[in-house]
Design a protein around this ligand. Sequence first.
Ligand code: SF4
Length: 733
Amino acid sequence: MHKKIVGGGFKKVLYTLNTVRRIGVKDAAKALAAHNACKACGLGMGGQRGGMINELDEFPSVCNKSVQAQSTDIQGPIPLPVFDHTIADFKELSSHEIEHLGRLGTPLHKEAGSDKFEPIGWDDAIARTVERFSASSPERSFFYASGRSSNEAAFVLQLMARLYGSTNINNCSYYCHQASGDGLATTIGTGTSTVELADLGKSDLIFVLGANPSSNHPRFIHQLKNCRERGGHVVVINPAKEPGLVKFAVPKSPKSLLMGGNDIASEYLQPKIATDVAVFKGIAKSIIENQQHNVEFIAEYTRNFDAYLADIEGTSWSEIESITGLSRDNIHAVAEVYAQSENTVFAWGMGMTHHLHGVDNVEAIANLAMLRGMLGKPGAGLLPLRGHSNIQGVGTVGVKPVLAEDVFSAIENELKITLPRNKGMDTMACLQAAERGDIDNALMLGGNLYAASPDSQWAEKSLDNIPFKVFLTTTLNQGHVHGCDNSESIIFPVLARDEEHDPTSQESMFNYVRLSDGGIDRLDNLRSEVDILSDIGMGVVDKSSFDFSTFKQHTTIRHAIAKSIPGMQDLAGIDVAKKEFFIRNRIKHTPEFNMPDNRAVFIVNPHDHPEERKARHAFTLMSIRSEGQFNSIIYEESDSYRDTKHRHSVLMNEDDIASLGLKEKDKVTLRSDTGEMRNLDVVAFDLPRGNIAAYYPEANVLVGQTVDQRSRTPAFKSVPVSVEAQVVIGTAG
Ligand code: SF4
């Protein structure tokens, strides 16, 4: 029997204090108190109000993820003798070990025929980069950004790539929330949250859909707890019963700690993996059957309701029950809570987007919000829970394969330039082109594209098939040592956000733009991302087209963004006024949508039948992140919220374990059409039968290259797999 786990609590406080002690109390305090945006999740914290304060002036708004993120930056430089080791030696290191070698303190070069990194001077590294990109045609290159970088660096990246002549510009959202942007665009004409943080405080119902904020957006739990304390409801819909969403002891609240935690979910539905459209149709069906929909809102502010109504009426309860594995009564109960709500916020994570029908899922959520008029008023709306701290900003300032025509024109007018209009390749398409030998050069601004990609063996080969790669990073990760055996690469060490010599800006998932002062001195041989990108831009773009030396000042870049990116006007003076702001026209407190005739649109999609896709495999696997990790960065091997001692574990329903003749801690192999994972420990977990979970990014060896055709997102969370018992030789009998 597993022990009862409560999320948060004193152990989180102790863990955070231990991390602070390990990195040094003085250094940690300096980093946390400085006026910089939190480096971890997209919820957003810090900036000009103070290092541990959110936009509602709540203090302290810090969490252990924030401290963890600081812990890798507050390290000394990797000693140069470490680079006497071969690439093969580096590959032996775990993700945790390689990140904790220290900060990268010098540019590195790896020749195509070499098996080692060699330190290289800055000028030589820039010159080599310029030489390689100049020698190839722009269509044979791609440019990728993670959500770590600033708005300023991201804007320079996309502009430099476009002026160089490549439109293969993408960011890591193609592996996470692209489906959210696409699904919001088709329904309400925007791509981001319609609510601000303050709206959560006015809601009486928060849906948490396919997300585990107890581990991934810790401070969001505070909002859920507050909603419950106001007498509101929190409905969680997630195949896995996550202990941190059942009960959570909020570290900031002595009462919460003393009473052993607060109940978080008031209702918890556990549908089978990838059946979400059917779940939402079930909730809608109940609402419509009971005449609880908002007829006035639908008539006045939406379109296409008749088609939606016909689809819902044409979907039978027996079909909904058999697809989702949920009972009609359980769906009715949640629908009734929704029907009684005055103000509902729908928040979702990658449990909605990491599927072959991620955009359909997001559209189904938006439909449900429209059905009861939960859009276009304070306290209600749609909230994608974005991952990395500036992933939303990176997309806002143009790191994507094509821009809206008005943005193209505005940039061209402002900077007196001409930009290519053709749509470039998304992230998967770039790697597939690399596999075919169609890519010569790639530049990666942060991130770990190797670990983030599906089909790990294929990803490694595809990356190695790119003759020349450039990375900008603060620390080494597996993406720098996998996929480089036969190719050349240069790794530039960059300043972290709080070390920049010139302030930078970041955008939270609530569309709130913060200014980070930077200014903390840690290592002396690092450069700003903007500085490096501008130098490369000066080399690969003719000065008569655009002079990138003008972009060495972040203020100049911010003025260009303010003049050309919709809603960003207030960025121009942010470093003088120190006034942070919400991007204009994004938060929807009135029912006017960015669509023709200002109406939101109901979108009808067929519901998925994931059982039919399983074919040769009996189980559907979702990849999950642990309490001790952030994106692909691993801080701890164990997962305290799920009681797994190490990451080489597979979480299964206990009846499935028994039916396979297994018991907990037995070793199994997972096999998919793409790959296999051996020696996994079986762990019993509250999941629907036939559904299992294993940790990302390790489980990416099982994930295929098939993508949601609409958002181009791989199905990281619905992989058909087989579970095979491993015979342990010598212990039989
Ligand atoms: S919840 Fe997110 S933004 Fe807030 S402190 Fe934690 S990691 Fe930073």
